[in-house]
Design a protein around this ligand. Structure first.
Ligand code: CDP
Length: 227
């Protein structure tokens, strides 16, 4: 069967990555968490004390940043300049800074170029905010994931707790709200539902149930390619 591109977008912590990962596994496709790339850039800027007002500094930083993904025993890991930063990029410190970084056009340009290269051969599931609108506007399947805000905050809170982070649910909720606001109101590639995206509200669905819905859609789209 012909390979397709599956673009998954949606608000913060709505289960996009969980769905994208499961879908990629079921289809034997590649998986790219584009948010991890913006998080890795943010980590680099924080560690090198580069302010986002210093656009020349940001530009220089982008030239020395190399991001790659590697699947291992501990799942998909994000590498920044050869170092496994998967745990570091998921901290609240990075979550609090990532949206302003992702709103910078030169940052977006650099990330989008790499994302498009990763999908050049198709057979990929990518999740983010602008995948169906900007990165792959021609994607054969676009899914826009939504979930009730309280459910999203609760899921992220439990995820952070499981990883051993001490954080108040109120802090998580505020961060999601803030990121959603910045992400959907920024001038460059704001988060929005592509006109041809299918909406998947997973508020009341288990991960397996949401996977089944998406798999049915993917199979339909893949079959349509053969005809
Ligand atoms: O916390 P969650 O998993 O929902 O977010 P993420 O996918 O890790 O993305 C972190 C942040 O990166 C978002 O809040 C956006 O500011 C930015 N992002 C973006 O601008 N464009 C993308 N394609 C993906 C993420």
């Amino acid at each position: 069967m012909k390979k397709i591109i599956i673009a998954i977008d949606g608000f913060s912590s709505c289960g996009k990555s969980t769905l994208a990962k499961a879908l990629a596994k079921a289809l034997n496709y590649g998986f790219v968490d584009s948010g991890a790339m913006y998080r890795a850039v943010t980590l680099y800027l924080l560690e090198h004390k580069i302010s986002i007002q210093d656009l020349r500094g940001v530009e220089k930083a982008l030239a020395s940043i190399q991001i790659r993904f590697q699947a291992g025993a501990k799942g998909n890991r994000t590498y920044l300049n050869g170092q496994d930063v998967e745990d570091k990029i998921r901290t609240m410190e990075v979550s609090e800074k990532v949206s302003p970084v992702a709103a910078i056009p030169i940052v977006r340009r650099a990330m989008v170029r790499q994302q498009q290269e990763m999908g050049a051969e198709k057979g990929i599931v990518m999740d983010g905010r602008d995948i169906g609108t900007v990165v792959f506007p021609e994607a054969e399947l676009k899914i826009f994931v939504t979930a009730a805000p309280a459910v999203r905050a609760q899921r992220r809170f439990l995820e952070l707790q499981r990883k051993g982070h001490t954080v108040a649910i109120e802090e998580v909720r505020k961060n999601l709200e803030e990121r959603d606001h910045i992400d959907s109101t920024r001038a460059d590639s704001p988060l929005r539902q592509a006109e041809d995206a299918l909406v998947l509200d997973n508020t009341k669905l288990t991960p397996d149930q949401q996977l089944q819905v998406a798999l049915d859609w993917a199979n339909e789209r893949m079959e349509a390619q053969v005809l």
